[in-house]
Design a protein around this ligand. Structure first.
Ligand code: ADP
Ligand code: 5GP
Length: 190
């Protein structure tokens, strides 16, 4: 099967990757489809199997690891596994589409390692950690304790930014939207 392309967006939580990914998914000519990850964590709120995640038991996840079914996987939190199934990428490519990933920094770089010839990895940054914290507080989806955890993780994630193909600064949202749109346009048309 002919492989399509992979576009990876990784960033510390709160940097704007969801906002920028949605903007890209709205551009019909990019033919992007979101990669749905598999996870062993339980569904939150209204999350649905096959839409937000493929929710697997630990046994099911381990069986898939043994079958080499994952393009990448990781124990993101103790006991909580997350991964990208090769079958998910094939599903999207078969539809003639390109895959958009919203995964963490380590996972993003592993996709790049697996598919070096057809992946563009983009790191999204805020101007500084104080802005990141302010955005997480304004988003109001996390407790102060969770925000502190995310900020601590952000500091180590920022050190990996240099390993990405591009770094996009998400200061003014409109400018960042234009920047990512241009990067994706150039990558898909090269
Ligand atoms: P992530 O997916 O990386 O966690 P989000 O896309 O959820 O980040 O963005 C975090 C919060 O910051 C959201 O409330 C979003 O509306 C806001 N946001 C995104 N980009 C900007 C920006 N350039 N300036 C100010 N706020 C922003
Ligand atoms: P959440 O539980 O909040 O949905 O996601 C937790 C973390 O897991 C986030 O940092 C998210 O980026 C990461 N994640 C989600 N899917 C995958 C995946 O397929 N692979 C990897 N490596 N990380 C993932």
């Amino acid at each position: 099967m002919k492989q399509g392309k992979c576009i990876v967006f990784s960033a510390p939580s709160g940097s704007g990757k969801t906002t920028l990914s949605k903007h890209l998914l709205d551009q019909d000519d990019f033919k992007l489809e979101f990669s749905i990850s598999a996870t062993t964590r339980p569904p939150r709120g209204n999350e649905q199997h096959g839409k937000d995640y493929y929710f697997l038991t630990q046994e099911e996840f381990k069986a898939k690891i043994a079958e080499a079914a994952f393009a990448e996987y990781e124990e993101v939190y103790p006991g909580m596994f997350y991964g990208t199934l090769k079958s998910e990428l094939e599903r999207i490519w078969e539809r003639g589409k390109n895959v958009l990933f919203d995964i963490d920094v380590v996972g993003g770089l592993n996709i790049k390692k697996q598919y070096p010839n057809n992946t563009m990895a983009v790191f999204v940054k805020t101007p500084n950690i104080a802005d990141l914290k302010a955005r997480l507080q304004l988003r109001a989806t996390d407790t102060e304790e969770k925000i502190a955890m995310r900020i601590a993780k952000a500091e180590t994630e920022l050190e990996r930014a240099v390993d990405f193909d591009h770094i996009v600064l998400n200061d003014k949202l409109e400018t960042a939207k234009q920047d990512v749109q241009e990067l994706v346009f150039n990558f898909l048309n090269q």
